[in-house]
Design a protein around this ligand. Structure first.
Ligand code: SF4
Length: 348
C-alpha cells in the first residue's frame, strides 16, 4: 500500500506526471489532502480528478491514510483519547487536548516502546515496531475529524521513543510544518534520551528540514543517575550529567531552550533535597522544568504526589533560579495515562 499522506507537493506532482497527467493534478491532490484535511480520506472523493486517474491510483494501491478507528474515550475535561488500528492490526494511541485557543495532538511514534519506564503502561509491552511517517500523520487527521477542529500544536509524547524512529519522525515533522502548516515552534519532541541521538537530532534536522526550531523535551524525572535508573532502567547507558552536557550543546547548535519533564512520584523524587539537586544540575543553562502530576495505573506501585508537595517543590526550584511550570494532567480519569487504552482493549 502506498500512503499519499506525508507526500510533499513535489511528490504528488511527480505521481501525476508518472501516470500521464499534468503536474497540476498533483497539486489538486495536495490541496484536497492538506488544505481541506478531508474527513472521508477516500480517493474516490477527490472528484476534481478525472475518473480514470482516481481508478489508476486505487488500482496501484494508493490510499490517503492507513489507520482505522478502534475506540474513543472522552474525558470530562474534553480531552479525547483515540485507539487506532494499523494495517497489521496493532493498536496505537493518540490524544487531542483542547483549550479555548489550542488543540494539541499528542502523537505516538512507535507501536509499544522498548524503554521500559517503570511508571508507564506502554513500556510494559516492549516494542512491536516503529511507525511510518504516514501513520504518524494520520493520527492528526483522526483527531481533527473526531474533534472537528484544526490541530494547532503537536507533542510527540505518546507511545514510543521518537529518537529510535528518527528518520520517520523528521519526515513527519517536515509534513506537519510544510503541509499541515503548523510551525516547528509549535512542535515538541519528547525523549527519554538515547546516547548520541540528541546531537544526531539537531544535525539531521538541519540537513533534512533546513532548520531545528521544535522544542526538545527530555523526560528526566530524576535529579541523579541512581534515581533515574530506578525509574527508567534503560537510562543506565547514558549518565544524567552527559545528557545535560548534550542538551547544553543542543541549545548552542539550535538557539532553542530545552525543556525537562519531571514526573512527580510520591516518596520517590519529590523531596526538597531533590529540588536542590536538580537545580545544581541545571543551573546556568537555558532550560525550563515542567513538573507533571502522575496518572496512576493499576499495575504500577508509584503514587501521585499531593498538590501541596508539588507546589513546595516548584517554589524551591523557582527560588533556586530555575524556570519552572506545572503541567496539569488532562483527562484525569481512567485511561488517561499513555498506553492504558491499548492495554485495556487487549485485556478485553
Ligand atoms: S514513558 Fe515513553 S519512553 Fe518510557 S516506556 Fe512509556 S512510551 Fe516509552
Amino acid at each position: 500500500m502506498k500512503n499519499l499522506l506525508g507526500s510533499s507537493i513535489k511528490d504528488l506532482e511527480d505521481i501525476a506526471i508518472n501516470y500521464g497527467h499534468a503536474a497540476f493534478r498533483g497539486r489538486q491532490i495536495y490541496k484536497w489532502i492538506y488544505n481541506y484535511r478531508n474527513k472521508k480520506k477516500n480517493i474516490d472523493q477527490i472528484e476534481i480528478l478525472p475518473y480514470d486517474f482516481r481508478k489508476k491510483l486505487k488500482d496501484e494501491g494508493f490510499k490517503v491514510g492507513e489507520l482505522g478507528f478502534k475506540e474513543r474515550y472522552l474525558a470530562n475535561d474534553g480531552t479525547l483519547k483515540l485507539l487506532l488500528a494499523t494495517n497489521d492490526n496493532e493498536g496505537i494511541e493518540c490524544v487531542g487536548i483542547p483549550t479555548e485557543k489550542r488543540l494539541t495532538a499528542c502523537l505516538s511514534s512507535q507501536v509499544g516502546c522498548p524503554m521500559d519506564c517503570k511508571f508507564c503502561a506502554t513500556g510494559k509491552e516492549g516494542l512491536k515496531r516503529s511507525l511510518k511517517a504516514g501513520e504518524i500523520l494520520d493520527q492528526i487527521l483522526f483527531i481533527e475529524n473526531e474533534m472537528d477542529r484544526k490541530v494547532t500544536n503537536i507533542v510527540f509524547m505518546g507511545m514510543g521513543e521518537p529518537l529510535l524512529n528518527i528518520d520517520e519522525l523528521l519526515l513527519s515533522i517536515r509534513s506537519i510544518n510544510e503541509d499541515f502548516q503548523i510551525s516547528q515552534r509549535k512542535i515538541t519532541v519528547s525523549t527519554v534520551a538515547i546516547p548520541k541521538m540528541i546531537k544526531k537530532l539537531s544535525t539531521k534536522s538541519f540537513q533534512i528540514l533546513g532548520k531545528c526550531q521544535f522544542t526538545l523535551a527530555i523526560s528526566l524525572h530524576a535529579s541523579n543517575q541512581k534515581m533515574r535508573e530506578m525509574i527508567i532502567p534503560s537510562a543506565s547507558n547514558y549518565d544524567i550529567k552527559n545528557i545535560i552536557e548534550d542538551c547544553r550543546q543542543f541549545v548552542k547548535d539550535t538557539g532553542r531552550r530545552v525543556s525537562f519533564e519531571y514526573l512527580m512520584l510520591s516518596g520517590v523524587n519529590d523531596k526538597l533535597e531533590h529540588a536542590n539537586e536538580l537545580s545544581d544540575l541545571l543551573r546556568g543553562f537555558q532550560c525550563h522544568v515542567n513538573l507533571i502530576q502522575y496518572n496512576q495505573i493499576d499495575e504500577v506501585e508509584y503514587k501521585r504526589v499531593s498538590l501541596k508537595n508539588l507546589q513546595l517543590f516548584q517554589s524551591r526550584l523557582f527560588n533556586n533560579g530555575i524556570a519552572v511550570s506545572f503541567r496539569k494532567s488532562r483527562g484525569l480519569d481512567k485511561n488517561a495515562a499513555c498506553g492504558q487504552l491499548r492495554q485495556n482493549a487487549k485485556n478485553k
